[in-house]
Design a protein around this ligand. Structure first.
Ligand code: 5AD
Ligand code: SF4
Length: 474
């Protein structure tokens, strides 16, 4: 079944290639594309799949304003993600008038919402192709259809079908890669739209995941990030169920892989087995992203998170006991319906006690269709803004305290890019996921460098490379 589907898609890629070759001949240049990604790591991974199909189909990259084909991979987790998409579409409108051959496609989470599709049909009829999260594997087929149609091609499924393996993917980096291990979410946190737009939880087969990682390692990848909305419940839906910790043991055995990361972990599912596997491993990074959302047990209950403030703090203790050097990061929402000043103080209390190295902070956004959207006591904007500012201040303080501990020490850093701010510097990550800007040339990108940390800026460091050679073991 799976091979059949991927072969079918490869056949469509060949057909698109004939069309693009033809157009390129007429134009005297190659056709160009731009994939614009909103949202999380899962979307970033999906965008690599879109790029894989496009490059095999004869397209080459170009900036958004110049590309022949622009595709937006959308997010709908908060309202402002939706607003941003409409803004971008508005900007493309005059461009499409000037260059009618410009192709525009939309996909991703936002497209799984019926009112969004209605709005796009009405206000942005110039969009050529719309599809959703469940049928992204059909991208080649849908693009082929769109190239042969004058009307907007729309294909949205309300449920996922099979997981299709073996499709092309264009990796952003040659040395590190995200790998999906599961799709969807069954948790129904009361504020969250993800279970509605990404569907029920399903896991990829371990052999498919391990084969993908082996192939990545053969091609020079040294760091993998295992991706899922709730990786700790990996494997439950498989024909032969297995735990996430067992999967990690398999990944650890793969030669060439030196760092293993994963996200996101739900506190309610984080097992002792996982802590034990992590603490024994020298490949699994000393970092855990463990979304707290709120520190108030009352709010956590209303959020349907299934743990208490005390459960969370106990878990943090257990983790620090097993791995004293572990870095913890988190997600926090302020302004959930009914959140009182006392509830918010509880959140600050957990932040101070847990000692996060950084946190993603969000203002609660009402998502139609979720349980929280129907709750009374939605909090006014000025109160939320006040709490949000306070939250940032406290996180800044705890993060600085955590980061300062390591000043003067030397660690292994995987160099990732030339620094955005200074061409003579590189940006990389420590094992614990913190970013470091350090002296060095582009020839070190993709290599492990020993870097002495000299300065800390709460969420990142400056450092100096002390050893210019790649270290054999990290
Ligand atoms: N409003 C604000 N933040 C949200 N998140 C998810 N849904 C919402 C919402 N409706 C945040 C959570 C989650 C992260 C990915 O996004 O903190 O962990
Ligand atoms: Fe959303 Fe909760 Fe699932 Fe995360 S675990 S995707 S916050 S429903």
């Amino acid at each position: 079944m799976e091979m059949f589907e991927s072969e079918k898609q490869l056949e469509y890629i060949n057909r698109i290639k004939d069309i693009t070759d033809n157009r390129a001949n007429k134009l005297g240049r190659e056709l160009t594309y731009c994939v614009v990604t909103f949202g999380c790591q899962m979307n970033a991974n999906d965008s690599e799949k879109l790029r894989g199909v496009l490059e095999r189909s004869g397209f080459v990259t170009a900036p958004e304003g110049e590309a022949d084909f622009v595709i937006f991979n959308t997010c709908t987790v908060r309202e402002n993600a939706n607003t941003r998409l409409y803004g971008r579409l508005g900007q493309l409108k005059p461009l499409k008038k000037k260059r009618p051959e410009l192709m525009i496609a939309l996909c991703g989470c936002m497209m799984q919402e019926t009112p969004v599709i209605e709005k796009i049909k009405k206000s942005y009829p110039f969009v050529d192709l719309i599809f959703g999260t469940h049928n992204i594997y059909k991208f080649a087929e849908l693009l082929y259809e769109s190239l042969n149609s004058k009307n907007t091609v729309i294909d949205i499924w309300d449920k996922p079908k099979e997981i299709v393996e073996e499709l092309p993917q264009k990796k952003t980096y040659s040395f590190k890669s995200g790998v999906n291990i599961m799709f969807g979410c069954d948790n129904f946190c009361s504020y969250c739209i993800v279970p509605y737009v990404r569907g029920r939880e399903r896991s990829r087969k371990p052999e498919d995941i391990l084969n993908e990682i082996k192939e990545l390692a053969d091609n020079g990848v040294v760091e993998v990030m295992l991706l899922g909305q709730n990786v700790n419940s990996y494997g439950k839906t498989l024909d032969f169920p297995m735990s996430f910790a067992q999967l990690l043991k398999g990944v650890e055995k793969i030669e060439g892989i030196k760092r293993i990361r994963f996200m996101t972990s739900h506190p309610k599912d984080l097992s002792d087995e996982l802590i034990s596997v992590m603490s024994k491993s020298d490949k699994i990074c000393r970092h855990l992203h463990l979304p707290l959302q709120s520190g108030s047990t009352r709010v956590l209950k209303a959020m349907n998170r299934k743990y208490t403030k005390e459960d969370y703090l106990k878990l943090v203790d257990k983790l620090r006991q097993a791995m004293p050097d572990i870095a913890l990061t988190t997600d926090i929402i302020v302004g959930f319906p009914g959140e009182t000043d006392e509830d918010f103080e509880e959140t600050l209390d957990v932040i101070r006690k847990a000692g996060f190295t950084s946190a993603f902070t969000f203002i609660y956004s009402k998502r139609t269709g979720t349980a929280a959207a129907a709750m009374e006591n939605q909090i006014s904007a000025d109160i939320v803004k006040n709490r949000f500012d306070k939250l940032l201040k406290v996180i800044g303080e705890t993060a600085t305290a955590q980061c300062e501990k390591f000043i003067g020490e030397t660690f292994s850093v995987l160099a990732e890019t030339v620094s955005d701010h200074d061409q003579t510097m590189l940006t990389g990550r420590l094992d614990n996921n913190l970013q470091v800007h350090f002296t060095g040339g582009a020839e070190f990108i993709g290599k492990f460098c020993m870097v002495r940390l000299t300065k800390c800026k709460s969420f990142y460091y400056f450092g100096e490379m002390v050893s210019e050679c790649e270290v054999a073991s990290v």
